[in-house]
Design a protein around this ligand. Structure first.
Ligand code: F6R
Length: 240
């Protein structure tokens, strides 16, 4: 793993946004793996500013999002589909038909997970995957578990994830389950960039980089990937 510590979220967003833009300049139909949450927002903002400057186009890009809540209408403002629309898709020239999500409301959950995994493979796999990390070391919504997950599946969210994300649901009941790409599928991406900012992530970051590889800390699996860059701010890097 390559570890890069930068001064603040804006600098990290610029570095990651530039990496995505460079890939799209090289390969306009690249397959992008995208994340939601607070961590990737500065990266999306930088991509939008590069698009507005005429430096990059998303017209031929294809995207796959890591995860989606179950039992939440797709048009709910806190669905990850809505998040991506607000934070990136509505502000660049991406073709909505080229943006892919797990359907957290599918009645046949196993079939939906197989559909999503097969679609990623059909487009040649993810070229560049953006990740955040949970305070408990989750990537996507792969919570601490006894074994590493492989393909997409439905997961019960861990108490720390419910606590971390409940603020977004202001008084409303937050979903307790989600569908997520598995750790094995995430590791098949050709290149991975992970962003972690703030002191609340410092312990998970230390365990991811310096701890043993264990499904109890799902992000530790990234130690096995040949092309991972971890971007940290000083607070997230403080225990290294
Ligand atoms: C979101 C996702 C999660 C988040 C993680 C960190 O699609 O897959 O793993 O990246 O929960 O969330 P933030 O960035 O909000 O701290």
């Amino acid at each position: 793993m390559k570890i890069i510590t930068l001064n603040d979220e804006a600098a990290i967003g610029q570095a990651i946004g530039d990496r995505f833009c460079a890939l799209l300049q090289e390969n306009p139909s690249a397959v992008l793996g995208l994340a939601t949450g607070a961590s990737p927002i500065p990266s999306y903002q930088h991509m939008i500013s590069r698009f507005k400057a005429g430096a990059v186009s998303f017209a031929k890009a294809r995207t796959f999002n890591l995860d989606e809540y179950c039992d939440l209408p797709a048009e709910h403002p806190q669905s990850y589909r809505s998040f991506m629309h607000a934070q990136l898709f509505s502000q660049v020239d991406i073709d909505p038909q080229n943006t892919h999500f797990l359907d957290g409301n599918a009645t046949d959950e196993a079939a939906e997970c197989s559909r999503f995994d097969a679609l990623i493979e059909r487009f040649g796999g993810v070229d560049l995957q953006l990740l955040g990390i949970g305070r408990n070391g989750h990537i996507g919504f792969n919570e601490p578990a006894d074994t590493f997950t492989q393909g997409s599946f439905k997961v019960q969210l861990a108490p720390s994830t419910l606590e971390a994300n409940s603020g977004y649901f202001s008084g409303e009941h937050m979903p307790t389950h989600a569908m997520t790409m598995g750790v094995g599928a995430i590791l098949r991406a050709k290149e991975i960039v992970l962003v972690a900012t703030g002191a609340a992530k410092a312990e998970a970051v230390k365990a991811m980089i310096q701890g043993e590889i264990t499904p109890q800390l799902p992000a530790s699996a990234l130690q096995n990937h040949p092309n991972v860059t971890v971007y940290l701010d000083p607070a997230a890097a403080s225990l290294l």
